[in-house]
Design a protein around this ligand. Structure first.
Ligand code: FBP
Length: 552
């Protein structure tokens, strides 16, 4: 594999570990836990893994040698730092005993079921330390939920003499990790399953998980690009840039990028839902900002749009819910129809209110909403061109106002979608350290005989040596939610908290940003240099933890 100059230099970076993980480690157990909601249902579904205590690692006197083989799976969308979780795992298993082996299952959970794997060796891992991407073993979205899959997985686990699996994924993948942990525990197979919190979307977080890995690097990468766009915008002064940002449900990415770059407008889906806004309300709000800036001679601006927006507009959200149930129940008879008949089929089967919403949507968007879901039952929002939909509708509104002599500005829109550009970026120092620590914690959970836990690292706005590492029972984060037409135990997704400090900071400044031109140009992620430049956490984390937020 050819490597870039940066990659060569970066390979020698030694990720920082919390003090408690630097030498010998023992565990400190907390009180028994319970799920965030639906206690009885979750307890019944997870009798072997429910109620376990929180765990914190503390330094111990001496290291014990331990023979273990571990299998690792990357699941779902790419996120910067995945290779560092694996290098953390690798170094920690070898430290317990150099004979220990680490196997990587290829292309996601499907690799376990189909017995596709590689052994991760010193030579191999050294090429991937501190690099972005998941290309060491690949990733996939196969959902692990059937007994047949668990049993097929067990065959290869036995063949390779694996003691534990580490599943690196988002809320859905960690939910599946928990189901698998429970199954293997119930069957007394002696196979441990540990999860790791990954997703650029930043929505796998709660009292125990401060952030999911990848969010830091991805938002810094997008903010660099938004800053570049904003500077171009402020140089040419003739375009409105509509930038859609990844984040399938939650708007954490959009909010963080807004805090880093100060665009003229940033939509936050959670606020739109809470205020029960219609698509027309949103368009009117944007058009008002455009018109106000035009009056000041500013026919340009930057608008950030979270990709999950469409599902949060209440009327469209209700439509999607009904479509989900409809597709879950009738998907088999619907999928073979041609495009036109599919549209008619949907219209005939929808309730009156949702039918009306469906018919008002542009056909392309309506079609996207009625296509097959991903394996976890989600609409593939990254394929919906919300940024175009919104700018077209804003233009229509402005044209109408122009005819009514309420607006006489110029409006030329350009569109961008920032998603895949950031998911495989080389990890920032934060993600490099955080991920390596997560991998090391996962091995300590395994070494201490734990299963059904997710590795965690806390106190992350402090210097990494002060971080605290441990494990949280996955059942603690679960509640029952409707998926694919059925009530299922799932990890509760963290949406943007409208009472939280990051949103409040944004809300306090947005009117000024809308009117004036206050862009910040953050520039690229830096790996060497002053700590204020290279080791900054996201603004989201800083606001959440009351840490110092620089700039502004
Ligand atoms: P995960 O939740 O699996 O980490 O994926 C997040 C994400 O990057 C979303 O932001 C985006 O909507 C989706 O993946 C895109 O999925 P795909 O990679 O399958 O196109």
């Amino acid at each position: 594999m050819e490597t870039s100059a940066l990659q060569k230099e970066r390979a020698s970076y030694q990720p920082k570990l919390p003090k408690a993980l630097q030498g010998a480690v023992k565990i400190k157990e907390g009180e028994p836990t319970q799920s965030v909601d639906n206690h009885e249902e979750i307890k019944k579904l997870f009798p072997n893994t429910y109620g376990m205590p929180l765990i914190e690692f503390v330094p111990a006197e001496d290291t014990k040698s331990l023979s273990i083989n571990v299998g690792v799976i990357l699941s779902g969308g790419q996120a910067p730092g995945g290779h560092n979780v694996i290098s953390g795992l690798f170094d920690a298993v070898k430290k317990l005993n150099p004979e220990n082996r680490l196997f990587g299952f290829l292309m996601g959970p499907g690799g376990l079921v189909d017995h596709n794997y590689i052994e991760i060796t010193d030579h191999l891992i050294n090429k991937y330390r501190n690099t972005g991407g998941f290309d060491l073993i690949g990733s996939g979205r196969t959902k692990l939920e059937e007994v047949d899959q668990f049993e097929k997985g067990l065959e290869i686990i036995r063949e390779l003499d694996i003691n534990a699996l580490v599943i690196i994924g988002g809320d859905d993948s960690n939910t599946n990790a928990c189901v698998l942990a429970e199954y293997y525990a119930a069957k007394k197979y002696g196979v441990q399953v540990i999860g790791c919190p990954k997703t650029i979307d930043g929505d796998l977080k709660n009292d125990q998980i401060e952030t999911s890995f990848g969010f830091d690097t991805a938002t810094k990468t997008y903010s660099e690009l938004i800053g570049n766009i904003a500077r171009d915008c402020n140089s040419a002064r003739k375009y409105w840039h509509f930038v859609k940002l990844m984040g399938r449900s939650a708007s954490h990415i959009a909010l963080e990028c807004a805090l880093q770059t100060q665009p003229n407008i940033c939509l936050i889906s959670e606020e739109i839902e809470a205020k029960d806004l219609t698509l027309n309300d949103i368009i009117e709000d944007i058009a008002n900002v455009v018109a106000r800036r035009a009056k000041d001679g500013r026919n340009y601006g930057v608008v950030l749009i979270p990709e999950g927006l469409i599902e949060f507009i209440p009327a469209i959200g209700r439509l999607i819910q009904e479509l989900n149930d409809l597709l879950a129940e009738h998907g088999h008879e619907y999928k073979d129809l041609d495009e036109e008949t599919q549209r008619a089929y949907i219209i005939n089967h929808l309730s009156e209110a949702n039918k009306a919403t469906f018919e008002t949507l542009p056909e392309g968007v309506a079609r996207q909403l009625s296509l097959e879901r991903d394996p976890h039952g989600n609409v593939q929002v990254s394929l919906i061109e919300t940024e175009k939909l919104i700018s077209d509708m804003v233009e229509m509104k402005l044209n109408k106002w122009a005819k009514e002599r309420k607006y006489d500005g110029k409006f030329a829109a350009l569109h961008h979608f920032l998603g895949y550009e950031g998911r495989c970026a080389a990890p920032s120092n934060f993600d490099a350290d955080y991920c390596y620590s997560l991998g090391t914690s996962a091995v300590q959970l395994i070494a201490n005989g734990k299963t059904g836990y997710m590795a965690i690292v806390k106190n992350t706005t402090a210097h990494p040596s002060e971080w605290r590492a441990g494990g949280v029972p996955i059942t603690m984060m679960m509640n029952m939610e409707r998926r694919n037409g059925e009530l299922k135990p799932v990890i509760r997704k963290a949406l943007v908290d409208l009472e939280g400090e990051p949103f409040k900071a944004f809300a306090a400044m947005r009117d000024k940003w809308a009117k004036e031109t206050s862009y910040i140009y953050p520039g690229p992620v830096q790996y060497w240099g002053p700590s204020e430049v290279c080791d900054q956490t996201t603004r989201t984390l800083a606001y959440e933890q009351g840490a110092e937020v620089s700039v502004f």
